[in-house]
Ligand binder design. Sequence first.
Ligand code: SAH
Length: 241
Amino acid sequence: MSFRATCLTLFPEAFPGVLGVSIVGNALRQGIWELDAVDIRTFGLGRHRTVDDTPSGGGAGMVMRADVAAAAIDSVEQAGRPRIYLSPRGRPLDQKRVRELAAGPGVILLCGRFEGLDERVIEARGLEEVSVGDFVLAGGEVAAQALLEACVRLLPGVAGNAESLADESFEAGLLEHPHYTRPQVWDEREIPAVLTSGDHAKVAAWRRNQAEELTKARRPDLYAAFREASPQQGKAAKPRD
Ligand code: SAH
């Protein structure tokens, strides 16, 4: 059975968006995964199909109504899929959660707009709040596409080279080593000699060392977690040169 994604959105025309291109788009066309965009407006109230109202307690902006959002959510067959509300208040998405989601039957994603969603529907429908980062988007559609792209590229048969998934950033708890390709000299800069030495063990040690140094410098939080999780690995051997 293929991975099923249902996106509840006020802008169904935003889909498939970037999910229609490259390996993820090809996988969609091959039926490796399925995508439905459900228009929340369909469940709006009255002649104007109203979906929002002013915030209780006052203040700027509008809030998506609980009754409308619930009707949209309830119209979707859950089929064992987690219901996720993309929200800057959510747990930051990481590769571990992406792997878990990709291993499951799919996801139901609610894309917010305005100031957000009435709290009661989050509670009543047990929505898992997921954030794609500590910044505020205008709506959940781009966040939903980011989550889906991260999941779908892990599905069997999507990425051309399964090995390239294995030693990527985060998979080993580290950021990835730098990459180089031809030409050998560009802008007076040379490819590090070890990479053209043909010594695979030396290349592996160099990459591992670069990954650790990069992670230590850029993401001390990740590095601390990495050292805690794998103290026995200790520091990679310094490449001989
Ligand atoms: N007033 C809200 C922001 C609303 S932004 C607050 O301060 O928390 C409108 C919608 O965009 C949200 O309902 C959510 O679905 C989406 N969104 C914005 N930033 C996001 C982020 N970092 N991650 C996931 N979704 C986000």
